[in-house]
Design a protein around this ligand. Structure first.
Ligand SMILES: *Cc1c(COP(=O)(O)O)cnc(C)c1O
Length: 477
């Protein structure tokens, strides 16, 4: 494609995206496509001769958009907000358009230095001390893998330089039963093995039970095992539960563990000073991950990983072949040594666009709006008979059940999934049905998760959602 052709199709594509965003609120939120429906539209082989960009744009209108689930829809309450602010979309376009690749500082000085500055800006926004060093990763899953590799190497005295993890006592990893699946996955990939990854019980508010954890640590130590890492959650996936970082830091010190904090979703809330008590003790952690690609508004993917000891990180991750050595080594960070991939995209460009065009004030105002909307819905639910919240509302996620009288537990489970699916199928809103375990009885049951925080979700949308929820449950009240 020539620059002239790019200019023409590029303008059309920008127009397509802008028009899509203007009208996304009129579309059914969830895709009702059948499996294979998109696949069946696509030719089996690549075209032998060129096709016109116009024919691709036509396919986007006809085949793609009508079959999408609309994450940017104001009535999207499923999973978590994955906000793609259009400013960051421009940053993404620029990142690709400039065709930059970071291998070392010299391969693209602005890529490294804007990333450095953006990690600092975010650090200030989160209220973290200057002693933290940040790097952008693709996802929280990768950052957590890096954290556990660093933990493994610190606790084992650099076993990678000897016989690997088998060369010493069994290393143990701990997190709560509510921890994200990426933590167990990272632990397995980092070589800990299933039996060395322990899941700890939670308290009534779904935060890790630090008394039970202490018993686990003592038990393992007595059995000749070596506690290696504790992964704390600031905002669990199911209920946004907040682990007690202060107590976990105390345990980490006592037992010589690395403390990694998974704030993938809720980390964004820490740009609000009034929310920082939720991760009280954070300054004592060894590493933190948070995803600007969720609530904050940077289009996927952009995950920020902070470490206290960047020298240790580089020592674990560094490879230094001669063809990548330059005179700037030691003067500027070589981010290839701060994570797993060698090459890196210009992801910082997306942050740069979002933070400059919005400003911190607007981002704070939007997050406060979402929290207020969640509190409003919380009040409605508490005031209405037969409705119940199954977990404390910490930020913008509500765990909801509608419990008509005289239903058995099994009936209730079926009913909950049924009204949630009915709303999702209607296209009016999208919610997530999920299982929640009662911390007292250990019995699991179905609930409906309402995650508020799409860019365009106003109080009116949340009011309409509450009406819809009542309508779809009316015959059973
Ligand atoms: C979303 C989420 C993750 C995983 O994030 P990815 O960036 O998709 O890997 C991990 N932990 C928590 C608490 C999350 O909310």
């Amino acid at each position: 494609m020539t620059p002239e052709e790019f200019r023409k199709s590029g303008h059309e594509l920008i127009e397509l995206i802008a028009a899509y965003r203007e009208s996304v609120g009129d579309l059914p939120v969830r895709s009702n496509a059948k499996v294979g429906e998109v696949l069946d539209q696509l030719p089996v082989h690549a075209p032998l001769s060129p096709e016109s960009p116009d024919s691709i744009i036509e396919d986007i209108h006809e085949q793609i958009i009508p079959r999408m689930t609309h994450w940017q829809h104001p009535s999207f309450y499923a999973y978590f907000p994955s906000n793609a602010d259009l400013s960051s979309v421009l940053g993404d376009l620029l990142s690709s358009g400039l065709g930059q690749l970071g291998l070392n500082w010299e391969s693209s000085p602005p890529l490294t230095e804007i990333e450095q500055r953006m990690c600092e800006w975010l650090r200030h926004m989160l209220g973290l001390a200057d002693s933290w060093h940040g790097v952008i990763q693709d996802t929280a899953s990768s950052a957590t893998l890096v954290a556990l590799l660093c933990a493994r190497e610190r606790t084992s005295g650099f076993s990678q330089m000897r016989g690997g993890v088998r060369d010493g006592p069994e290393l143990m990893v701990y997190s709560s039963s509510q921890a994200h699946s990426s933590i167990g996955k990272a632990a397995l990939l980092a070589g800990f093995g299933r039996q060395s990854v322990r899941s700890c019980a939670v308290r009534r508010d779904f935060s890790i039970d630090t008394d039970v954890l202490r018993e686990m640590l003592e038990e393992d130590l007595a059995a000749g095992k070596k506690p290696c890492a504790i992964v704390a959650c600031t905002g669990t996936t199911a209920t946004t539960a907040m682990d007690d970082i202060e107590s976990l830091a105390q345990l980490s010190r006592e037992f010589g563990c690395w403390l990694h904090v998974d704030g993938a979703m809720a980390g964004s809330a820490m740009i609000l000073p009034e929310m920082r008590h939720l991760w009280h003790g954070i300054e004592q952690a060894d590493s933190i991950v948070f995803n600007p690609h969720k609530w904050l508004g940077v289009v996927f993917d952009c995950s920020v990983y902070y470490v206290r000891d960047s020298e240790h990180l580089v020592r674990v991750m560094s490879t230094n072949p001669s063809y990548l050595q330059t005179a700037a080594d030691g003067l500027a960070p070589n981010y290839r040594d701060w994570g797993i991939p060698l090459g890196r995209r210009f992801r910082a460009m997306k942050l740069w666009w979002l933070l400059r065009t919005e400003g911190v004030d607007n981002l704070q105002a939007r997050l406060r709006r979402d929290i207020a909307n969640a509190q409003w819905l919380e009040e409605q639910i508490n005031d209405q008979p037969h409705w119940r919240l199954l977990a404390p509302v910490q930020l913008q996620t509500l765990c909801v059940a509608h419990e008509p009288p005289a239903m058995t537990v099994a009936q209730l489970d079926q009913y909950t999934q049924q009204w949630c699916e009915a709303i999702n199928k209607s296209g009016l809103a999208m919610l997530t049905p999920a299982m929640i375990v009662d911390p007292d009885t250990q019995a699991s049951r179905w609930m409906v998760r309402v995650s508020i925080g799409a860019l365009d979700t106003t109080r009116e949308h949340v009011e309409r959602l509450w009406q819809t929820m009542q309508e779809y449950t009316r015959n059973n009240s």
